[in-house]
Design a protein around this ligand. Structure first.
Ligand code: NDP
Ligand code: OXD
Length: 310
């Protein structure tokens, strides 16, 4: 039996050596050289073409190369009866929290506004900067990434709030949940961070109506998926002055087309889906543990509940 590796964006040599180190007994097949499809027992994948996984008759488990699994559940032929495992890797979580903290501080200290002022050679201190104790920072998604980001933001003394599907109790964080809690949550976010998984329930969640619920002058950081945000509605909210700035790591589609208005909007900072990156040296060991768990009939860490979609 063999492992299939499919990714057009991760380094194949790096993954080959990381897998050889932690799973020396496994035979690795790198797409498109997959050999006989019936040999493939586990698939380690990022954005595989629709139908590829369904073409592997002896597949026992699917391991996402990322935390998100929207790239897999979008495949209408996904073998939904198999264990689907998302990546929960402390090194990925740490990178994501660095991105969040860095950008919350940027927005808190008016750096997007200073960048616009610099472009116009305008010397205009925006003083005094508000105290962190007066700045309300809200995180959509209280999962692995949302909770870690909140814990790190707490060190700065921000007023923290969070929103999830189900009720949470996190010390020092005002928690809201469900459709009923969303309006009150958004109304108290000076800086809003999206760390939700993409599912039918969250696609387009940040539309004109929801962005209008944010306080005037609020900023948005989206490090989750581009399709959470309706780009035209965000641009309209920025143009009207209702929102002050946005920092976006993710887009729909990716790569962001060169002529897309988000590239050149003065209030928008773009990063190319680079907030967090899966590191083979750490992730391969976690995948070895997931494969071992599935082989012995146990639930791997990061097992996706397809009935809730994440
Ligand atoms: P988790 O599954 O650990 O957490 C998901 C959170 O979102 C949970 O708190 C969950 O609520 C909440 N949620 C899910 N659906 C809804 C809904 N309909 N309404 C309200 N809340 C909802 O995910 P992670 O924190 O590990 O990752 C989040 C996402 O971040 C990934 O899916 C991926 O898309 C993105 N990501 C982006 C990266 C980048 O480089 N830009 C890198 C890594 C991840 P509850 O707690 O109630 O279950
Ligand atoms: C992920 C990502 O889901 O990098 O891990 O987007």
């Amino acid at each position: 039996m063999a492992l299939l590796f499919y990714s057009l964006s991760d380094s194949q040599p790096d993954w080959t050596s990381a897998i050889a180190k932690v799973m020396p007994g496994e035979r690795l097949r790198i797409w498109p050289e997959i050999g006989a499809p019936e040999d493939i027992e586990f698939a380690i994948v990022w954005k595989p073409p629709p139908g590829l996984l369904a073409s592997l008759p002896n597949l026992k488990g699917i391991l996402s190369l990322g935390a998100g699994i929207d790239h897999l559940v979008s495949d209408p032929q996904l073998p939904r009866h198999l264990p689907l495992v998302r990546l929960i890797d402390p090194s990925l979580t740490a990178q994501m929290s660095e991105y969040v903290v860095m950008n919350v501080l940027r927005h808190h200290r008016f750096m997007p506004q200073y960048a616009q002022q610099q472009a116009a050679a305008l010397w205009k201190p925006l003083l005094p900067p508000p105290l962190t104790a007066e700045r309300r920072v809200g995180v959509m998604g209280l999962g692995v990434l949302g909770r870690d980001a909140l814990a790190k933001l707490a060190a700065f003394g921000f007023r923290l709030r969070g929103w999830a599907r189900t009720a949470h109790d996190i010390p020092g964080v005002d928690c809201f949940h469900g459709a009923a809690g969303l309006t009150e949550f958004l109304a108290g976010c000076d800086i809003l961070i999206c760390l939700l998984p993409l599912s039918p329930a969250t696609r387009g969640i940040l539309n004109a109506q929801r962005l209008a619920l944010l306080p005037k002058g609020a900023s948005l950081i989206n490090a989750a998926r581009g399709a959470h945000v309706i780009a035209a509605d965000l641009i309209a909210a920025l143009d009207s002055g209702h929102l002050a700035a946005a920092t976006l790591d993710v887009f729909d589609p990716e790569p962001l087309p060169p002529d897309h208005p988000l590239w050149r909007h003065p209030a928008v900072t773009v990063t190319p889906h680079a907030a967090g990156w899966t590191i083979p040296e750490t992730a391969a060991g976690l995948m070895a543990a997931s494969i071992a768990a599935i082989r012995r009939g146990a639930a791997p860490v990061g097992l996706v509940d397809l009935s809730v979609g994440y």
